[in-house]
Design a protein around this ligand. Structure first.
Ligand code: HAM
Length: 416
């Protein structure tokens, strides 16, 4: 038997309702803030990610699915959504449309990772990109929107952490200070950190190795090296978050793994397992880097698989709310027709209801209803058709009550 590739997953029918629900909440929430959906190709020129995400990042260097196509072009499966969306923004002339441009997406991403909890090779992101506003107000609105999204999903076990990594100007001074701090102990750092020292020392701050974490304890912080503009931006952001009662903490170790970030970076971290569920930040230089006009921008993405992990812990009853409301069993040909019409009507009214389509015996119909965990069952025979009355049985409690079949829609709707 051919099995699926390591790090990929099938999303089976029993789970898909949750995916659809989360995507619906994302869509309805983001639309209220003026976002429109965009879909960009899975496959792009590899140069897009090399230039966009950064040649020296793990994502590009180690994790990208990259190959030559039959025409000899170097192409890659997208490891993230921002670079492709920005390419599309530039290529489709969106800068001439009223600013800011607000786009959202739900798309699969590909990274050749060491597969472990929360790290797959094919995973799904729901993300948004806001292009054209450099104001802290855009940062606040985005963070507030993520909070609304998480609240609507009843997700509580998650906390917001923010940091500012400054702009190109102030970062170079910070990088020098960081290198000066690390240099005397460089030989004590892990090999990954040693390799990052010259090209990407900021990522050393983000290392999860206990030894490196201890060495980093007194490392200089980017927030202490911000230029006036970046400092003002960060101060305004913090003040406005407080005014809007949005809780956050400052975590100076958040530097993010992709090179395009500037100024504000943020993560929503699961309190259950410490995994980052939502990650984002400003990328004021990316549009220009990819050949467009200088355009400030900010965005985020959440890994849907990680989001679902927290969602499950916070919504243990979600599956129950999606179960089969009613099974209509029947005895005899006339009742078959009657119940087919009844089921069809109820479905048109938005109720999830099933009846037998396997020509099974009454007993086998009951067994099936049981296996499908139907909430209620009603049995239609000659008597029920003549009187218009039937017994509605609640499967969990075994309780029965006589109802008028004409009232069944109202009775079920009250239960939803
Ligand atoms: P990222 O932090 O690389 O950012 O990924 C965002 C989220 O995707 C992570 O917080 C995590 O939930 C999920 N994720 C990442 N890698 C994996 C994986 N291997 N398996 C499962 N889930 C994963 C970005 O991708 C940026 N494009 C976000 C962004 C948009 N920044 C600005 N705009």
């Amino acid at each position: 038997m051919i099995q699926k590739l390591k790090g990929t997953r099938d999303i089976l029918p029993e789970e898909i309702k949750k995916w659809q629900y989360i995507e619906e909440i994302a869509k309805s929430t983001f639309e209220k803030y003026g976002y429109e959906e965009i879909r960009v190709p899975v496959i792009e020129k590899s140069e897009l990610f090399q230039r966009g995400v950064g040649e020296d990042t793990d994502v590009v260097q180690k994790e990208m699915y990259i190959f030559d196509d039959k025409g000899g072009r170097s192409v890659a499966l997208r490891p993230e959504g921002t670079a492709g969306v920005v390419r599309s923004y530039i290529e489709n002339g969106m800068s001439s449309m009223p600013s800011p441009i607000k786009l959202w997406y739900a798309m699969p991403m590909y990274r050749y990772e060491n597969v472990q909890k929360g790290r797959q090779r094919e995973f799904n992101q729901i993300g948004v990109e806001l292009l054209g506003s450099g104001s802290y107000l855009a940062d606040v609105e985005m963070i507030e929107m993520i909070n609304t999204f998480l609240e609507k999903l009843n997700i509580k076990d998650i906390e917001l952490k923010i940091n500012s990594i400054g702009c190109k100007k102030c970062r170079s001074e910070y990088m020098e200070a960081l290198k000066d701090y690390i240099r005397p102990n460089l030989d004590k750092y892990c090999d990954v950190c040693k390799n990052r020292f010259e090209k990407n020392p900021m990522r050393i701050i983000d290392c999860k190795e206990e030894n490196c974490k201890a060495l980093n304890q007194n490392a200089p912080k980017s927030v202490d090296y911000l230029c006036d503009e970046c400092k003002n931006h960060f101060e305004n952001l913090k003040k406005m978050l407080e005014k809007q009662n949005i809780s956050y903490s400052i975590d100076t170790s958040i530097v993010r793994g992709l090179d395009y970030y500037t100024k504000t970076v943020f993560e929503f971290v699961s309190k259950i397992d410490g995994l980052t569920v939502v990650g984002g930040g400003r990328y004021d230089g990316l549009v220009e880097e990819l050949g467009g006009e200088k355009t400030p921008a900010i965005g985020f993405a959440t890994g849907v698989e990680r989001l679902i992990d927290v969602f499950d812990k916070n919504n243990p009853d979600f599956d129950k709310s999606n179960k089969l409301q009613l099974f209509v069993a029947y005895i005899g040909e006339e009742a078959n027709l009657y119940s087919s019409k009844l089921v069809s009507n109820l479905r048109k009214k938005g109720i999830y209801v099933e009846k037998d389509i396997m020509e099974r015996s009454l007993n086998a119909q009951f067994k099936y209803a049981n296996k499908k965990n139907a909430k209620y069952i009603v049995t239609i025979g000659e008597n029920e058709i003549n009187t218009g009355k039937a017994e509605l049985k609640e499967m969990e409690t075994g309780e029965t009550k006589e109802i008028d079949l004409s009232d069944i829609e109202d009775i079920l709707k009250k239960q939803i």
